[in-house]
Design a binder for this molecule. Sequence first.
Ligand code: SF4
Length: 543
Amino acid sequence: MKSKFSRRLQELNNDEKGRRWIYVPYDQVTDRIGPLAKMPPEETGIVLVESPWKAARRPYHKQKLALILSNLRHFALEQAQRGVAVRHIVSNGPYSLGLEAQCNELGPLTMMEAAEYELRVDLAKLIESKKILVLPHEGWLTTVDQLMAIQTKGGCYRMDAFYRLVRQQTGILMEGANKPTGGKYSFDSENRQAWKGDPEPPALPQFLVDEITIEVGDLISQHFADHPGRLDLEHLPATQEDADNLWQWAQQNCLTNFGPFEDAMSTKSNSLFHTRISACLNLHRLIPKQVIQDVLGCDIPISSMEGFIRQIIGWREFVHKIHVVTSGFRTLDSTKTESDKTTSNKNTFDNGAVVSHLGADNDLPRAYWDYGNPSGMNCLDTVVKAVWQDGYSHHITRLMVLSNIANLLDVSPRQLTDWFWVAYTDAYDWVVEPNVMAMGTFGVGDLMTTKPYISGAAYINKMSDYCRECQFDPAKNCPITRLYWAFLDRHKDKLAGNQRLSMPMNSLQKRSDTNKAEDKIVFERVLQTLKDDKALARDIAIF
Ligand code: SF4
């Protein structure tokens, strides 16, 4: 029996005669950029591919599968309604498998370059044989040349230098060649306020759940029942109109307070004043260039404007370009790649670079996968629960709770990266490999960050209300502080000479041998307890 989506597409679809055909990948669902924006709809055909194989390749969050599938299907209908001929195919294998027959029948397909390395590898043979013709991806605001222009003599990349260069070359938030608006390039120092309950964070927008989205939800519940995470269709932006409404909501309700509270964390709100547009940006439902223009037109404080723009033309572009030049760190000398156990002999997929500058190789505790199996640390348990409920948490919870605790436990950077990849609705290889393996875990050393981002309980207590409801006292018996000192001691040889760690390393030197021995015992106790899938007891860091 045909699905409601197939019937609806059949009703709306257009004659295929005389069309030039474009392949639109799952994360380019837009007609605002690229060939689809330039060609008349009545002369254009698009091929869209659904791949249950890709969906099953990793245990992706159900909400993520719903987001991608629902957007793809709605995009098919939106384009058919516009007069474009739409071929929607299901390929239970790599994308190239389904596309080859389409290329043979329709002639060469045009596409914008894929953002994901994995998709570029998948399509490489079709591209080589000119069955697919690749155009530059118009969604990006920067180039690899801009990244290479800031490469240091030692081969490292720094976001600050990249961001300054992009500001200067684009004139964004500039009042002259070298004069940043507001007198400085970064207002980060003003954007570190904790949130004490005021102002009230906005309620998240809800979207119409139509029959197409309901059908997608049913399909996922049925075929991907064993995937983790909660399906929450009311909060899923599935159409172009939903994405535009989300962005309107964000401009009106989030941006003013975004800057000052961008590093704050709370049990009361998973996103506080973060806009939550990253999933729509990464699908290209929202176009970064337009988002930047809109923000520049908003009447908001410079600290919020600069902080937000840095996320888009700074971090987002920076990590993508790093991913491109290193092929997801596969090109680094010290890199190994995990072979793909699911597709051996059939194609050239691998499971990504395996890096660990600090030699960390412990398994990710089950407490990250299952919030019914808590760790006993309220900060970690709160964020993990939010992620499996929403497929989202904001950047500081990602960095200073999830990555921080994994680092302190010497968790394998690859395992943590893969966890982020499946758990977040905005995550793709180009997002998580630099953000988690390089920045979050220091897995590639100082290639793109100067130090590991780690902290004890004091930072978490200062920036959140997690500690108030925790069994541990951040000033007395919190194991995270012991884990922090144990981490510095374990890795002191590799971290020696790092200027940005000179203060904590000096403090470590002054720490008594008894304390250091107890730090080590706490590390081993915590590791073993979490390995045994148990929650930490209140006295775990008490001697
Ligand atoms: Fe996390 Fe420690 Fe605070 Fe508990 S006391 S929430 S474990 S930092």
